[in-house]
Design a protein. Structure first.
Length: 318
């Protein structure tokens, strides 16, 4: 996979994006579409918003999977993954629920939102819109408790090598067998926000919709996500951000990207010309290095990666 550079400077690990639901120590971050902008063009419909939401989420899930699967052996926390996501009507704001019900066939019951191409669910024949009836032989409820029960049950059942899932499709019940695989357990969530931002609390990662919309290249977006993954893996969230920490995360990110199949050399060729909104490349700060320092650090890290590869040494995050 050819990687095409890093367009956006990641935010400080201590500064989460501003979202419609405030993120604090006591409030869990949003995991659903929480915003319909008041200043939308009159020609933009709720269906347009839902289509954009579905597209951004599917795109994000594919990038995250590539990084998480390739680097599972380097991550201190992992989980089992079957290659699909679920949703209920409660995952959508009140004003979008009628459209979501009609357009996405979503209800109070759990159903499949996305199926990752090439994943276990895809190979098993799971389709977006399938209603989930049972997982591992255990019935799944509808209503407010459904997502929480599914989350707990799936973590248990996906530890198996083969898991049977029963779904309802076009009025017919079907039984499929999933073969989960192990990936890094740093969930990445899309939040609708006007800032270009990526953030982690050490357990989860949030990427803003504006960043995804501005950065149309998947490989460039992967660098932002890999940088935040590196912060989480290294436990940087427990300390105040410094230039040294940011540079370490950059070095780790290159290793994560290379292991996932990205072309690091190409990244470094185009990175100096990439736009970096709200960042003065001539200045440094107490929390972040300058762009020139980052570029020099990238080249040094890339040289180390090439030396390890030439010597037949494994790529690690040390």
């Amino acid at each position: 996979m050819a990687c095409q550079g890093a367009k956006e400077e990641t935010a400080s690990i201590s500064d989460p994006p501003t979202v419609i639901t405030e993120i604090s120590d006591d409030t869990p971050p949003p995991s659903r579409l929480d915003i319909v902008e008041d200043n939308q063009d009159d020609d933009v419909t709720f269906q347009d918003v839902l289509e954009s939401y579905q597209h951004l989420n599917a795109r994000l899930e594919n990038i995250v999977y590539t990084l998480s699967q390739a680097n599972a052996t380097l991550c201190p926390v992992t989980r089992r993954d079957a290659g699909f996501s679920v949703h209920t009507l409660q995952d959508y704001p009140q004003e979008l629920q009628a459209v979501a019900r009609a357009y996405l066939n979503v209800s109070e019951a759990l159903s499949v939102r996305t199926v990752r191409e090439g994943g276990s669910a895809d190979h098993a024949g799971l389709h977006p819109g399938d209603r989930l009836l049972k997982l591992g032989g255990i019935g799944l409820p509808s209503g407010a408790t459904a997502p929480r029960m599914y989350s707990a049950l799936s973590r248990q059942m996906l530890e198996r090598e083969g898991v049977e899932v029963s779904v309802l499709r076009d009025g017919e019940t079907r039984s499929l067998t999933l073969t989960p695989e192990t990936i890094c357990d740093y969930p990445v969530t899309l939040v609708f926000d006007e800032s270009l931002n990526g953030h982690t609390d050490g357990h989860e990662i949030w990427i803003t919709s504006t960043l995804m919309q501005e950065e149309e290249n998947d490989a460039r977006l992967a660098l932002v996500i890999a940088h935040e993954m590196a912060h989480a893996i290294a436990g940087h969230i427990s300390t105040a951000p410094t230039p040294a920490i940011e540079l370490e995360a950059d070095r780790m990110a290159l290793t994560l990207l290379h292991r996932a199949g990205y072309d690091i050399g190409y990244i470094l060729d185009i990175w100096p010309d990439a736009p970096h909104p709200n960042f003065d490349p001539a200045l440094t700060s107490n929390s972040h290095p300058s762009l020139s320092e980052r570029l020099e650090n990238f080249h040094t890290a890339h040289a180390g990666i090439k030396a390890n590869l030439a010597a037949g040494a494994p790529l690690t995050l040390e």
